[in-house]
Design a protein around this ligand. Structure first.
Ligand code: PLP
Length: 366
């Protein structure tokens, strides 16, 4: 038996995890407000929609948690049926998860064995490399093009006989760029049939460019899966619920590897209530889009090369100045999301919040 003194030197966990970044919690607005002596601080760092839960959600969740001593429906039958009806597919093609980030992980688990390759654009959603690594898959990162978007031709060219899955983040987090129909058509035609293409559409509801296709229009292709979330436009980030639409065999494989009962009863009830509020979601998304255009226009005068966004955030390609800019915004009570050495992602908030962000930007860069 190892001596207690030597135990610190004993490795109990996988060495390859050392290469992954530790989770760094975002700055709490309450702490920042206290530090700055302000009544409140503004958080524009997590791509949430600022208008609170949709009408009926809080009541539905409260009613559901009265049965919190019971397990939730593991088959998520009612919610899968409601999603299937809303999106015009059979319920056996739908799987739900604890946020779409969990479903992305389940998809990798369902497609990749250790050493198999997962292709994605970079920079993109920061969870992708972590998901690949924890699943034992090999990340193949294809650099974004000069406009901060996916280079789909290069991604197709990166496919090898080890590639099992490709993630297309549309619109792309954190740059807000979106791939268009003609290029996606060409890409899907080029990808071999035995590679699963996952179109991650966490921000689909904010897309206004008619040339950016709805991923669901490709969902009848056997090797396409579409990931959506109720965290953003549908206002349920804290309840953790995402879903995917894929061929029945892929959806069934995901349901096999999903962590049992991970779609909680509160999430199921809240999601059902939210889905009844589609008109309100459209109204809120229109507000976000109007603000996105206003903020985007103001930013182009202050920061060169800001890409047009199709999501509920904007990307400032500030390179080495990103961290410093993040700190400057914080000093004025606005929390944004810097990616060191690369850029800063800023979520679109209410008009007042956006004005505060623009004032901070003007002060920092103007
Ligand atoms: C591109 C993308 N996919 C998936 C997710 C995961 O969202 P959730 O797990 O809240 O559904 C996010 C969240 O930021 C995202 O940006």
């Amino acid at each position: 038996m190892t001596d207690r003194r030597d135990q610190a030197a004993v490795r109990l966990t996988r060495a390859d995890l050392d290469a992954l970044p530790n989770y760094v919690p975002g700055r709490s607005p309450a702490d920042l407000a206290r530090e700055l002596g302000l009544p409140e601080a503004i958080k524009l760092a997590s791509n949430e929609v600022p208008y609170g839960p949709l009408p009926g959600v809080v009541e539905a969740v409260a009613e559901a948690v009265a049965g919190a001593h019971r397990y939730p429906d593991m088959g998520v039958v009612a919610l899968r049926q409601a999603l299937a009806e809303r999106y015009g597919v059979d319920a056996d093609r739908v799987a739900t998860g604890c946020g779409s980030v969990a479903l992305a992980e389940h998809l990798v688990r369902a497609t990749c064995l250790p050493g198999d390759e997962l292709v994605y654009s970079w920079r993109s959603f920061e969870a992708y490399p972590i998901i690949a690594a924890t699943s034992g898959a090999t990340s193949v990162q294809v650099p974004n093009d000069g406009g901060h978007g996916h280079d789909l031709a290069a991604m197709a060219a990166a496919v090898t006989d080890r590639t099992r899955m490709i993630l297309v983040c549309n619109p792309n987090n954190p740059t807000g760029t979106a791939v268009r129909r003609a290029e996606l058509d060409r890409f899907l035609d080029a990808v071999p049939d035995d590679v699963l293409v996952v179109i991650d559409e966490a921000y689909r509801e904010f897309v206004t460019d008619p040339e950016v296709p709805d991923g669901l229009s490709y969902a009848d292709r056997p090797n396409v899966a579409v990931l959506r979330t109720l965290s953003k436009a549908w206002g349920l980030a804290g309840l953790r619920i995402g879903f995917l639409v894929a061929q029945p065999q892929v959806a069934a494989a995901v349901r096999k590897v999903v962590t049992p009962f991970s779609t909680s009863m509160a999430a199921q009830a809240g999601a059902l209530a939210a889905l009844a509020q589609a008109d309100e979601v459209h109204r809120r998304c229109a507000l976000v889009v109007a603000e996105r255009e206003r903020v985007g226009e103001a930013l182009t005068k202050l920061v060169p090369g800001v890409p047009a966004s199709q999501a509920n955030f904007v990307w400032l390609p500030l390179g080495d100045r990103s961290v410093e800019f993040g700190k400057a915004c914080e000093s004025r009570g606005v929390i944004v999301r810097p990616f060191p050495g690369d850029g800063v992602r800023v979520t679109i908030g209410t008009p007042t919040e956006n004005d505060a962000f623009l004032a901070a930007t003007e002060a920092a860069l103007g």
